[in-house]
Write a new protein. Structure first.
Length: 257
């Protein structure tokens, strides 16, 4: 049986999951995808994800890759996956890629967006997809702080690297913009440390509420100390929106099937 390498773009609501990565106890995104693939192909199909999102974190542009002996069309595979996956997970695109492709190791850039609902009254409608902040926030100060982290820096003050990896990361773009009652923080980087994005947002909230200046926020890069950031921003506001690769992999769009 000839194996083929498959790439898929996955969207999910992470509310009820313990994160992307498979665990021995509890539901995960990886676990649901591998279970559906096993039902369809009759194979044990380990998958790799571009981003290991935490519990409660969402995605509109997660990328996975896997090897399978599936010989029929990828259109059928995509349809079969979406028929078996729970309603809070969907496969958006499927394509065959060169054997060397690896969803995580081949990725050049990843983009996360964090959503803050900044008003006095909380919102039942948005409670699972935005962090409610009732006090005043200064998005201009937060944007100034974002500019401090662009470029190559040691982010050990904001996150933890896997064993054996360094903590330097390249931030290509960091933006904070208000749109009505919402504040959106977008960060595009070559890779992220564990919980780095949520700690960055926690620091930006300290800046926006006047508890830290943009310069003090930037100083954490020069003298890393995670204790200067008070906790983590809640997971529900975070979404993995895009992963970029060196080549233009052609996908089969199944969103309209």
């Amino acid at each position: 049986m000839a194996l083929r390498r498959v790439k898929a773009i996955v969207e999910y609501d992470g509310t009820r999951y313990l994160g992307f990565q498979a665990q021995t106890r509890g539901d995960t995104i990886q676990g649901e995808l591998e279970r559906a693939l096993a039902q369809i192909t009759g194979e044990r199909v380990p998958i790799v994800g571009a981003g290991r999102t935490d519990a409660g974190v969402h995605a509109t542009g997660q990328v996975i890759s896997f090897a399978t002996g599936w010989a029929r069309s990828l259109v059928e595979l995509g349809r079969a996956l979406n028929a078996r996956l729970p309603g809070d997970i969907a496969v958006r695109e499927v394509s065959e890629v060169p054997w060397a492709f690896h969803a995580r190791k081949s990725a050049l850039r990843r983009e996360y967006r964090y959503t803050i609902l900044n008003r006095a009254l909380r919102s039942p409608k948005h409670r699972l997809y935005a962090h409610h902040w009732s006090g005043p926030l200064d998005p201009l100060a937060m944007q100034a702080a974002c500019q401090r982290i662009e470029g190559m820096h040691d982010f050990s003050g904001f996150g933890q690297a896997p064993a054996g990896e360094n903590t330097a990361r390249q931030i290509y773009r960091a933006d904070c913009q208000r749109q009505g009652e919402f504040i959106y923080i977008e960060v595009e980087a070559n890779a992220f440390l564990r919980r780095m994005m949520r700690r960055l947002v926690a620091g930006l909230l300290q800046v926006g509420s006047g508890k830290m200046s943009p310069d003090e926020f930037g100083e954490i890069l020069e003298a890393p100390d995670r204790r200067r950031i008070k906790g983590l921003a809640p997971s529900q506001g975070l979404c993995l929106t895009r992963v970029d690769y060196a080549e233009s992999w052609v996908g089969v769009d199944i969103s309209s099937w």
